[in-house]
Unconditional design. Structure first.
Length: 298
């Protein structure tokens, strides 16, 4: 793998680590199987790209895109909490609706940003090549968000949210408004995913309607890989683990697609992703079986 490919994988991995943090909040902290992320990731890209292409400031466009993702996540929670729609179905309904909404926002299947200003072109000093400066900037962004989440989930509001996911009946008995906690948690989760979509669109030079396909698989893969590499119960280590998992996931994908002897091409990306996630899910079972055989043999 060349330095350019390595830094490219690191850049995309860092962007998708924000998706992984969002998935961590919904799946692990809230215990809510939220599939909205397949819609909010391209939503962030669509909103940011459309606003930037129409002349808006890239920072304002990114903030609006993040807010749009938060609203979409809150709407999923509202479907579940207020309308009593099953959590999985609520996410599927909004994910499906967002496909049409994203097309409406962009007005066409894709919006290019090749000659438009982005947060990267504004913030990067230009001392080093952009394929080196972009990952460095993203490291700072991801770490700031990671530490902000660590602080938030150690606060009273964050602890109430964690209690809602761990044991909602006990949380209600302690006076926690579990419905509000779920709405806030899903809003935060999808805000991070939408922010990742906005950064991804600006990093890759445009937004596309199909850019959200498989986002939930990538987020889950990052969470599972991170938990396998760095198993921990404390949230401060869990957030670090999913960031590492997202970066490792992109490195695995890059290695697979750059290995000529395997014969894989770019169109095989989703196949490689599915096989990788399957392997990571099966790996703990294989380890446990090997340990049992070792004990029986001993």
């Amino acid at each position: 793998m060349t330095l350019y490919s390595f830094m490219g994988a690191l850049e995309i991995g860092l962007i998708f680590s924000l998706v992984a943090l969002g998935v961590l909040i919904s799946f692990r902290i809230l215990n809510f199987p939220d599939l909205t992320v397949d819609g909010t990731f391209p939503l962030g890209g669509a909103v940011a790209a459309t606003l930037i292409a129409s002349g808006s400031d890239p920072f304002t466009a990114t903030l609006v895109a993040t807010a749009a993702g938060a609203f979409a996540g809150m709407l999923t929670g509202w479907f579940n909490v207020r309308l009593r729609i099953m959590d999985l179905l609520a996410g599927i309904l909004l994910m499906t609706a967002l496909y049409s909404i994203n097309l409406r926002i962009m007005g066409k299947p894709n919006v290019p940003l090749i000659f438009e200003p982005t947060v990267f072109s504004v913030l990067l000093p230009g001392v080093l090549p952009d394929y080196i400066e972009k990952p460095l900037l993203l490291v700072v962004v991801v770490l700031v968000i990671k530490f902000a989440l660590d602080w938030f989930f150690s606060s009273e509001t964050g602890l109430a949210m964690r209690a809602t996911g761990a044991n909602p009946r006990m949380a209600r008995a302690q006076g926690v408004a579990t419905g509000r906690a779920k709405l806030a948690g899903l809003a935060l989760s999808n805000a991070l995913v939408s922010l990742a979509g906005a950064l991804f669109a600006q990093s890759q030079g445009g937004s596309d309607i199909s850019m959200g396909i498989g986002t939930i698989v990538i987020g889950l893969a990052a969470v599972i890989i991170g938990e396998s590499v760095l198993p921990a119960r404390r949230l401060i280590w869990m957030t670090l683990a999913v960031i590492i998992g997202a970066v490792l996931y992109r490195f695995f994908i890059a290695l697979a697609l750059n290995s000529e002897f395997i014969g894989l091409k770019s169109q095989d990306l989703n196949l490689v992703a599915s096989l990788l996630v399957t392997f990571v899910l099966v790996l703990p079972i294989l380890k446990r079986n090997l340990r049992l055989r070792g004990r029986q043999g001993g």
